[in-house]
Write a protein that binds this ligand. Structure first.
Ligand code: MN
Length: 360
Protein backbone atom coordinates (compact mmCIF):
# COMPACT_ATOMS: atom_id res chain seq x y z
CA UNK A 1 0.00 0.00 0.00
CA UNK A 2 2.83 2.33 0.91
CA UNK A 3 4.52 1.47 -2.39
CA UNK A 4 1.32 2.22 -4.26
CA UNK A 5 1.17 5.72 -2.78
CA UNK A 6 4.85 6.26 -3.45
CA UNK A 7 4.07 5.97 -7.16
CA UNK A 8 0.54 7.33 -7.11
CA UNK A 9 1.23 10.67 -5.43
CA UNK A 10 4.03 11.91 -7.74
CA UNK A 11 2.16 10.75 -10.85
CA UNK A 12 -0.99 12.51 -9.67
CA UNK A 13 1.02 15.62 -8.84
CA UNK A 14 2.73 15.65 -12.25
CA UNK A 15 -0.60 15.26 -14.07
CA UNK A 16 -2.30 17.92 -11.93
CA UNK A 17 0.46 20.44 -12.66
CA UNK A 18 0.40 19.36 -16.32
CA UNK A 19 -3.38 19.81 -16.54
CA UNK A 20 -3.19 23.24 -14.92
CA UNK A 21 -0.39 24.24 -17.31
CA UNK A 22 -2.34 22.94 -20.30
CA UNK A 23 -5.40 24.88 -19.19
CA UNK A 24 -3.36 28.09 -19.10
CA UNK A 25 -1.87 27.25 -22.49
CA UNK A 26 -5.24 26.45 -24.02
CA UNK A 27 -6.76 29.69 -22.78
CA UNK A 28 -3.81 31.76 -23.92
CA UNK A 29 -3.35 30.00 -27.25
CA UNK A 30 -6.84 30.79 -28.53
CA UNK A 31 -6.07 34.46 -28.28
CA UNK A 32 -2.33 34.53 -28.61
CA UNK A 33 -1.44 31.84 -31.13
CA UNK A 34 -2.14 33.91 -34.25
CA UNK A 35 0.47 36.38 -33.04
CA UNK A 36 3.30 33.86 -32.82
CA UNK A 37 5.74 33.10 -35.57
CA UNK A 38 6.30 29.40 -35.26
CA UNK A 39 9.45 27.53 -35.98
CA UNK A 40 9.40 25.38 -39.13
CA UNK A 41 10.19 22.47 -36.77
CA UNK A 42 6.97 22.88 -34.76
CA UNK A 43 5.16 19.51 -34.64
CA UNK A 44 1.38 19.26 -35.17
CA UNK A 45 -0.63 20.39 -32.10
CA UNK A 46 -1.79 16.85 -31.27
CA UNK A 47 1.81 15.81 -30.54
CA UNK A 48 2.01 18.09 -27.51
CA UNK A 49 -0.70 16.60 -25.22
CA UNK A 50 0.45 13.06 -26.13
CA UNK A 51 4.11 13.84 -25.47
CA UNK A 52 3.40 15.64 -22.21
CA UNK A 53 1.11 12.85 -20.93
CA UNK A 54 3.76 10.20 -21.54
CA UNK A 55 6.50 12.38 -20.08
CA UNK A 56 4.51 13.28 -16.95
CA UNK A 57 3.80 9.60 -16.41
CA UNK A 58 7.51 8.77 -16.73
CA UNK A 59 8.67 11.51 -14.39
CA UNK A 60 5.98 10.48 -11.88
CA UNK A 61 7.22 6.88 -11.98
CA UNK A 62 10.79 8.17 -11.64
CA UNK A 63 9.97 9.94 -8.37
CA UNK A 64 7.95 6.85 -7.35
CA UNK A 65 10.93 4.54 -7.71
CA UNK A 66 12.89 6.76 -5.32
CA UNK A 67 10.04 7.08 -2.82
CA UNK A 68 9.17 3.37 -2.91
CA UNK A 69 12.68 2.73 -1.54
CA UNK A 70 12.21 5.40 1.11
CA UNK A 71 14.83 7.63 -0.55
CA UNK A 72 13.62 11.22 -0.18
CA UNK A 73 16.96 12.80 -1.09
CA UNK A 74 16.15 14.09 -4.57
CA UNK A 75 12.51 14.85 -3.89
CA UNK A 76 13.18 18.56 -3.52
CA UNK A 77 14.88 18.67 -6.92
CA UNK A 78 11.97 16.79 -8.42
CA UNK A 79 9.46 19.26 -6.95
CA UNK A 80 11.61 22.19 -8.09
CA UNK A 81 11.62 21.04 -11.69
CA UNK A 82 7.84 20.48 -11.60
CA UNK A 83 7.34 23.97 -10.20
CA UNK A 84 9.60 25.49 -12.89
CA UNK A 85 7.68 23.54 -15.52
CA UNK A 86 4.44 25.13 -14.32
CA UNK A 87 6.06 28.54 -14.02
CA UNK A 88 7.15 28.26 -17.67
CA UNK A 89 3.51 27.84 -18.77
CA UNK A 90 2.59 30.91 -16.75
CA UNK A 91 5.42 33.09 -18.12
CA UNK A 92 5.37 31.97 -21.72
CA UNK A 93 1.63 31.62 -22.27
CA UNK A 94 -0.24 33.63 -19.65
CA UNK A 95 2.24 36.51 -19.31
CA UNK A 96 3.08 36.19 -23.03
CA UNK A 97 6.76 36.75 -22.51
CA UNK A 98 8.94 34.51 -24.67
CA UNK A 99 11.93 36.18 -22.99
CA UNK A 100 11.02 35.34 -19.37
CA UNK A 101 9.78 31.99 -20.67
CA UNK A 102 13.23 31.32 -22.11
CA UNK A 103 14.92 32.15 -18.79
CA UNK A 104 12.55 29.85 -16.91
CA UNK A 105 12.89 26.96 -19.35
CA UNK A 106 16.70 27.25 -19.18
CA UNK A 107 16.45 27.04 -15.38
CA UNK A 108 14.16 24.03 -15.86
CA UNK A 109 16.76 22.38 -18.12
CA UNK A 110 19.36 22.83 -15.37
CA UNK A 111 17.03 21.49 -12.64
CA UNK A 112 16.12 18.44 -14.70
CA UNK A 113 19.74 17.77 -15.59
CA UNK A 114 20.68 18.06 -11.90
CA UNK A 115 17.89 15.62 -11.00
CA UNK A 116 19.16 13.13 -13.57
CA UNK A 117 22.72 13.38 -12.24
CA UNK A 118 21.67 12.99 -8.59
CA UNK A 119 19.16 10.23 -9.33
CA UNK A 120 21.74 8.32 -11.41
CA UNK A 121 23.94 8.04 -8.35
CA UNK A 122 21.13 6.35 -6.39
CA UNK A 123 18.65 4.62 -8.68
CA UNK A 124 19.75 4.41 -12.30
CA UNK A 125 16.22 3.64 -13.48
CA UNK A 126 14.93 6.88 -11.94
CA UNK A 127 17.47 8.79 -14.01
CA UNK A 128 16.72 6.93 -17.26
CA UNK A 129 13.01 7.66 -16.88
CA UNK A 130 13.87 11.36 -17.10
CA UNK A 131 15.85 11.13 -20.33
CA UNK A 132 12.88 11.45 -22.78
CA UNK A 133 11.66 14.42 -20.73
CA UNK A 134 15.11 16.04 -20.95
CA UNK A 135 15.18 15.56 -24.74
CA UNK A 136 11.71 17.03 -25.14
CA UNK A 137 12.67 19.97 -22.93
CA UNK A 138 15.68 20.69 -25.14
CA UNK A 139 13.32 20.79 -28.10
CA UNK A 140 10.85 23.02 -26.17
CA UNK A 141 13.77 25.31 -25.30
CA UNK A 142 14.61 25.57 -28.99
CA UNK A 143 10.96 26.40 -29.84
CA UNK A 144 10.78 29.01 -27.08
CA UNK A 145 14.09 30.49 -28.28
CA UNK A 146 12.94 30.56 -31.90
CA UNK A 147 9.74 32.36 -30.93
CA UNK A 148 11.70 34.80 -28.76
CA UNK A 149 14.07 35.67 -31.62
CA UNK A 150 11.45 35.88 -34.33
CA UNK A 151 8.85 37.77 -32.34
CA UNK A 152 11.33 40.24 -30.95
CA UNK A 153 12.58 43.55 -32.23
CA UNK A 154 11.01 46.38 -34.20
CA UNK A 155 8.80 44.19 -36.36
CA UNK A 156 6.94 42.81 -33.37
CA UNK A 157 6.36 46.17 -31.76
CA UNK A 158 3.99 47.48 -34.39
CA UNK A 159 1.00 47.00 -32.07
CA UNK A 160 1.16 50.63 -31.02
CA UNK A 161 1.65 51.75 -34.60
CA UNK A 162 -1.38 49.70 -35.57
CA UNK A 163 -3.39 51.23 -32.75
CA UNK A 164 -2.43 54.74 -33.86
CA UNK A 165 -2.69 54.29 -37.55
CA UNK A 166 -5.69 54.82 -39.67
CA UNK A 167 -5.61 51.15 -40.45
CA UNK A 168 -4.82 50.65 -44.11
CA UNK A 169 -5.94 47.11 -44.86
CA UNK A 170 -3.11 45.04 -46.24
CA UNK A 171 -5.24 42.77 -48.41
CA UNK A 172 -8.17 43.90 -50.50
CA UNK A 173 -10.85 42.20 -52.55
CA UNK A 174 -9.40 41.91 -56.05
CA UNK A 175 -11.38 43.37 -58.95
CA UNK A 176 -12.56 40.52 -61.15
CA UNK A 177 -11.76 40.59 -64.87
CA UNK A 178 -15.39 39.71 -65.68
CA UNK A 179 -18.78 41.21 -64.84
CA UNK A 180 -20.75 39.75 -61.93
CA UNK A 181 -23.38 38.37 -64.32
CA UNK A 182 -20.93 37.18 -66.99
CA UNK A 183 -20.82 33.60 -65.69
CA UNK A 184 -24.60 33.13 -65.48
CA UNK A 185 -26.40 30.79 -65.58
CA UNK A 186 -23.51 28.53 -64.50
CA UNK A 187 -22.74 30.96 -61.68
CA UNK A 188 -25.53 33.48 -61.13
CA UNK A 189 -25.18 37.14 -60.26
CA UNK A 190 -26.73 36.34 -56.89
CA UNK A 191 -24.11 33.67 -56.16
CA UNK A 192 -21.38 36.14 -57.13
CA UNK A 193 -22.94 38.73 -54.84
CA UNK A 194 -22.82 36.40 -51.84
CA UNK A 195 -19.86 34.16 -52.59
CA UNK A 196 -17.46 36.79 -53.94
CA UNK A 197 -18.94 39.90 -52.31
CA UNK A 198 -19.71 38.51 -48.84
CA UNK A 199 -17.92 35.22 -48.07
CA UNK A 200 -14.64 35.95 -49.86
CA UNK A 201 -14.62 39.55 -48.62
CA UNK A 202 -15.19 38.41 -45.01
CA UNK A 203 -12.12 36.12 -45.18
CA UNK A 204 -10.01 39.05 -46.42
CA UNK A 205 -11.39 41.44 -43.79
CA UNK A 206 -10.80 38.92 -40.99
CA UNK A 207 -7.25 38.27 -42.20
CA UNK A 208 -6.54 42.03 -42.16
CA UNK A 209 -7.95 42.32 -38.64
CA UNK A 210 -6.05 39.30 -37.27
CA UNK A 211 -2.62 40.30 -38.61
CA UNK A 212 -2.82 43.85 -37.30
CA UNK A 213 0.04 44.54 -34.90
CA UNK A 214 1.54 41.08 -35.39
CA UNK A 215 4.64 39.88 -37.25
CA UNK A 216 2.31 38.54 -39.95
CA UNK A 217 1.71 42.13 -41.04
CA UNK A 218 4.85 42.03 -43.12
CA UNK A 219 4.15 38.74 -44.87
CA UNK A 220 2.45 37.96 -48.13
CA UNK A 221 -0.75 35.91 -48.11
CA UNK A 222 0.99 32.66 -49.10
CA UNK A 223 3.57 33.02 -46.34
CA UNK A 224 0.82 33.65 -43.77
CA UNK A 225 -0.97 30.51 -44.98
CA UNK A 226 2.26 28.53 -44.65
CA UNK A 227 3.06 29.74 -41.12
CA UNK A 228 -0.19 30.47 -39.27
CA UNK A 229 -2.61 28.33 -37.28
CA UNK A 230 -6.10 28.65 -35.86
CA UNK A 231 -8.39 31.53 -36.79
CA UNK A 232 -5.75 33.38 -38.81
CA UNK A 233 -4.93 30.27 -40.83
CA UNK A 234 -8.62 29.58 -41.53
CA UNK A 235 -9.24 33.10 -42.81
CA UNK A 236 -5.96 33.61 -44.68
CA UNK A 237 -6.17 30.19 -46.35
CA UNK A 238 -9.78 30.81 -47.37
CA UNK A 239 -8.71 34.20 -48.78
CA UNK A 240 -6.01 32.46 -50.83
CA UNK A 241 -8.31 29.60 -51.89
CA UNK A 242 -10.96 32.03 -53.14
CA UNK A 243 -8.32 34.11 -54.93
CA UNK A 244 -7.22 31.03 -56.89
CA UNK A 245 -10.86 30.06 -57.45
CA UNK A 246 -12.17 33.39 -58.75
CA UNK A 247 -9.01 34.06 -60.78
CA UNK A 248 -9.35 30.63 -62.30
CA UNK A 249 -12.73 31.00 -63.98
CA UNK A 250 -13.73 32.88 -67.11
CA UNK A 251 -16.83 33.59 -69.20
CA UNK A 252 -14.77 32.99 -72.35
CA UNK A 253 -14.45 29.33 -73.32
CA UNK A 254 -10.78 28.45 -73.43
CA UNK A 255 -8.98 25.59 -75.10
CA UNK A 256 -6.57 23.82 -72.78
CA UNK A 257 -2.99 24.94 -73.58
CA UNK A 258 -0.90 22.18 -75.19
CA UNK A 259 1.68 21.88 -72.40
CA UNK A 260 -0.98 21.45 -69.70
CA UNK A 261 -2.86 18.97 -71.87
CA UNK A 262 0.35 16.99 -72.46
CA UNK A 263 1.01 16.81 -68.73
CA UNK A 264 -2.58 15.82 -67.92
CA UNK A 265 -2.48 13.06 -70.55
CA UNK A 266 0.88 11.88 -69.18
CA UNK A 267 -0.29 11.74 -65.56
CA UNK A 268 -3.97 10.77 -65.90
CA UNK A 269 -3.98 8.83 -69.18
CA UNK A 270 -6.35 11.28 -70.88
CA UNK A 271 -8.16 14.57 -70.31
CA UNK A 272 -11.39 12.57 -69.89
CA UNK A 273 -9.80 10.49 -67.13
CA UNK A 274 -8.68 13.64 -65.38
CA UNK A 275 -12.16 15.19 -65.69
CA UNK A 276 -13.74 12.05 -64.28
CA UNK A 277 -11.32 11.81 -61.37
CA UNK A 278 -11.69 15.51 -60.57
CA UNK A 279 -15.50 15.38 -60.71
CA UNK A 280 -15.71 12.17 -58.65
CA UNK A 281 -13.37 13.54 -56.00
CA UNK A 282 -15.35 16.80 -55.82
CA UNK A 283 -18.67 14.94 -55.62
CA UNK A 284 -17.32 12.54 -52.99
CA UNK A 285 -15.72 15.07 -50.65
CA UNK A 286 -17.70 14.88 -47.42
CA UNK A 287 -18.56 18.19 -45.76
CA UNK A 288 -16.81 21.43 -46.68
CA UNK A 289 -13.64 21.64 -48.68
CA UNK A 290 -11.88 22.05 -51.98
CA UNK A 291 -10.61 19.86 -54.79
CA UNK A 292 -7.46 20.85 -56.59
CA UNK A 293 -5.38 20.04 -59.61
CA UNK A 294 -1.88 20.17 -58.16
CA UNK A 295 1.69 19.92 -59.34
CA UNK A 296 4.32 18.33 -57.08
CA UNK A 297 8.05 19.10 -56.84
CA UNK A 298 8.79 16.75 -59.70
CA UNK A 299 6.16 18.37 -61.93
CA UNK A 300 3.72 15.45 -61.60
CA UNK A 301 0.03 16.38 -61.59
CA UNK A 302 -2.59 14.97 -59.25
CA UNK A 303 -6.13 15.59 -58.00
CA UNK A 304 -6.08 16.50 -54.32
CA UNK A 305 -9.07 17.07 -52.00
CA UNK A 306 -8.59 19.30 -48.94
CA UNK A 307 -10.84 19.76 -45.91
CA UNK A 308 -12.27 23.10 -44.74
CA UNK A 309 -9.74 25.91 -45.36
CA UNK A 310 -6.72 23.73 -46.10
CA UNK A 311 -4.59 24.64 -49.13
CA UNK A 312 -2.13 22.45 -51.11
CA UNK A 313 0.79 24.77 -50.34
CA UNK A 314 0.65 23.39 -46.79
CA UNK A 315 1.48 20.00 -48.32
CA UNK A 316 4.29 21.21 -50.60
CA UNK A 317 2.05 21.09 -53.65
CA UNK A 318 1.52 23.82 -56.20
CA UNK A 319 -2.21 24.45 -56.89
CA UNK A 320 -3.10 24.99 -60.57
CA UNK A 321 -6.90 25.18 -60.37
CA UNK A 322 -9.62 24.30 -57.89
CA UNK A 323 -13.30 23.93 -57.21
CA UNK A 324 -14.97 25.20 -54.06
CA UNK A 325 -17.36 22.56 -52.76
CA UNK A 326 -18.47 24.41 -49.64
CA UNK A 327 -22.25 24.65 -49.89
CA UNK A 328 -22.08 28.45 -50.10
CA UNK A 329 -20.37 28.05 -53.49
CA UNK A 330 -23.33 26.44 -55.21
CA UNK A 331 -26.40 26.34 -52.99
CA UNK A 332 -28.22 29.33 -54.50
CA UNK A 333 -27.90 27.94 -58.04
CA UNK A 334 -27.88 24.17 -57.53
CA UNK A 335 -29.18 23.56 -53.97
CA UNK A 336 -28.18 19.99 -53.06
CA UNK A 337 -27.17 19.03 -56.62
CA UNK A 338 -23.40 19.25 -56.18
CA UNK A 339 -22.59 16.96 -59.14
CA UNK A 340 -24.55 19.34 -61.47
CA UNK A 341 -22.53 22.27 -60.16
CA UNK A 342 -19.27 20.39 -60.74
CA UNK A 343 -20.24 19.46 -64.32
CA UNK A 344 -21.21 23.05 -65.15
CA UNK A 345 -18.21 24.51 -63.35
CA UNK A 346 -15.81 22.63 -65.62
CA UNK A 347 -17.18 24.69 -68.54
CA UNK A 348 -15.96 27.98 -67.07
CA UNK A 349 -12.48 26.89 -65.92
CA UNK A 350 -9.79 29.21 -67.28
CA UNK A 351 -7.23 26.67 -68.53
CA UNK A 352 -4.84 29.46 -69.58
CA UNK A 353 -4.73 30.55 -65.95
CA UNK A 354 -4.22 26.98 -64.71
CA UNK A 355 -1.36 26.47 -67.22
CA UNK A 356 0.21 29.80 -66.21
CA UNK A 357 0.52 28.47 -62.67
CA UNK A 358 2.74 25.57 -63.75
CA UNK A 359 6.26 26.01 -62.39
CA UNK A 360 8.10 23.22 -64.20
MN1 MN B 1 -16.28 29.65 -50.98
Amino acid sequence: MKKFFAYFIPILLAFTIGALGSYIQGEALVEWYPYLIKSPATPPSIVFPIAWSVLYLLIGISAGTMLARGDMSVLRLWLLQLLLNFLWSVCFFALRSPFIGLLVILALDVAVFAYIIYAAGRRAVAAWLFVPYMLWLIFATYLNGYIYIHNHGPKATTATAAAMAIAIPKFSLPVLPYADDALAPIMSKETMHYHYGKHYKAYIDNTNRLIMGTPYENMGLEEIVEKSEGALFNNAAQALNHQIYFEGITPTQKVMPKELERRIVRDFGSVENFNREFANTAAGLFGSGWVWLCEDDGGRLSVVPTKDADNPIRHNLNPLMCIDVWEHAYYLDYQNRRPDFIREYMKIVDWDKAASRLTE
